[in-house]
Ligand binder design. Structure first.
Ligand SMILES: NC(=O)c1ccc[n+]([C@@H]2O[C@H](COP(=O)([O-])OP(=O)(O)OC[C@H]3O[C@@H](n4cnc5c(N)ncnc54)[C@H](OP(=O)(O)O)[C@@H]3O)[C@@H](O)[C@H]2O)c1
Length: 351
């Protein structure tokens, strides 16, 4: 159980930050995926409300990063004195950009400073088939960005010893998933969605029938809701693996995943209007941006999570993901596949 069972879908990230202010004050926090109209920005604002020492904002569009930093300094003028805000260029679809970003972050953490909280928030939801730009692997862009990018980024931070050691509270790695993970398990035999459907084993196939307009595909058979669903399942399986390997170990790093709710952001920026309509049919309550970061804040801050069993949160409380996202064998298999894709092994036993 969380320590605040009264928190719910209407709780705001700012409220959660104020309840757990002691866990934020003086801490070092890194958030990916920052733009003024997104959940990354409201998460950054919520943390900034309680004076962390260092807030590192990492994303791919410089002007959006700068706009959010300005928003924070305007809303919380005390940040000028209490909180250092640093901006890092990070494109999670590009392995070279990820490696450069980790080098830049390492330079920012001078004097042995470590990250207390890492929020893997960045993601895309495209409607057309695209591939990652620079790795020569031709990875499907949603899987390549939302999972493989996050996998490599997090592991390089861990390998560079950038996450805070004990004493408690232990560092936390939060990876923002989505209820959309229910749309597809990991499709190990065809993670790029390039094979004929009949070749895919039934247990790797997506949810059928898909709700209404979610079934829409491009002419070449690409369905952006299904690829998004797979990537969001991967986010939870990644968290499951991290949790099993890191929790309780010497370095005591905690890992949680979550569904933030349904929030009007730029995630569906190139979505078909009919797909947008489908979301309005499915979701009765649309959260504000501040409500949309509250579950992330609970996952990052609530000390009660260290004492209980919990992998995934919804509306600020522990919840169960779909069984295909709780499968330890799949988590292990995904880790190995991800290592093969990035061409590097990441053993967590040392942490
Ligand atoms: N909104 C919802 O209803 C909802 C529901 C369930 C889950 N989520 C999850 O919530 C998280 C935040 O999404 P959001 O709704 O705030 O969407 P958003 O407004 O589109 O924000 C996503 C952020 O990720 C950044 N990003 C995209 N591709 C990137 C890349 N290759 N490298 C680095 N950064 C990249 C975007 O940067 P640019 O803006 O510069 O492209 C943007 O700042 C995501 O993990 C999403 O899956 C959202």
């Amino acid at each position: 159980m969380t320590s605040h069972p009264e928190f719910n879908e209407r709780t705001t990230g700012t409220e959660v930050a104020s309840v757990f202010a002691d866990q934020i004050r003086g801490k070092t926090i890194l958030i990916t995926g920052i733009s003024p109209k997104g959940i990354g920005a409201s998460t950054a604002l919520a943390f900034a409300s309680q004076s962390p020492a260092l807030l590192i904002l990492a994303s791919r569009t410089k002007s959006k990063l700068e706009a959010v930093a300005e928003q924070i300094r305007t809303k919380f003028p005390s940040c000028h004195t209490n909180t250092r805000i640093e901006l890092v260029s990070l494109d999670l679809s590009s392995q070279s950009s990820i490696r450069q970003a980790v080098t830049d972050i390492t330079r920012l953490l001078i004097g042995g400073n470590k990250l207390d909280i890492l929020i893997n928030n960045a993601a895309i939801n495209t409607t057309t088939r695209q591939t990652t730009p620079d790795d020569g692997l031709g990875l499907e862009l949603t899987f390549g960005t939302n999972h493989i990018g996050t996998f490599l980024f997090t592991n390089l931070l861990l390998r560079n010893n950038l996450l805070s050691p004990p004493p408690p509270p232990p560092a936390r790695i939060i990876t923002v998933s989505s209820a959309g993970h229910r749309l597809s398990p990991m499709r190990f035999s065809d993670y790029n969605f390039s094979h004929p459907e009949k070749e895919v084993p039934a247990e790797e196939d997506y949810l059928k029938p898909l709700p209404g307009a979610f079934a829409k595909c491009t002419e070449d058979g690409y369905n952006g809701m299904v690829t998004y669903g797979q990537s969001k399942t991967a986010n939870i399986l990644f968290t499951l693996y991290l949790q099993k390997r890191l929790k309780g170990r010497r370095r005591g790093v905690g890992a949680y995943s979550l569904h933030p709710g349904t929030i009007e952001t730029e995630l569906g920026r190139d979505q078909d209007p009919e797909v947008k309509q489908e979301f309005h049919k499915i979701e009765a309550y649309w959260k504000s941006l501040d409500e949309g970061c509250a579950t992330t804040m609970v996952a990052a801050l609530d000390p009660a999570l260290d004492e209980t069993k919990g992998l995934y949160l919804v509306d600020c409380q522990i919840s169960d993901p779909h069984p295909h996202a709780q499968d330890e064998v799949a988590a292990e298999r995904l880790w190995k596949l991800s290592e093969e894709i990035v061409g590097e092994k990441f053993t967590l036993e040392d942490f």
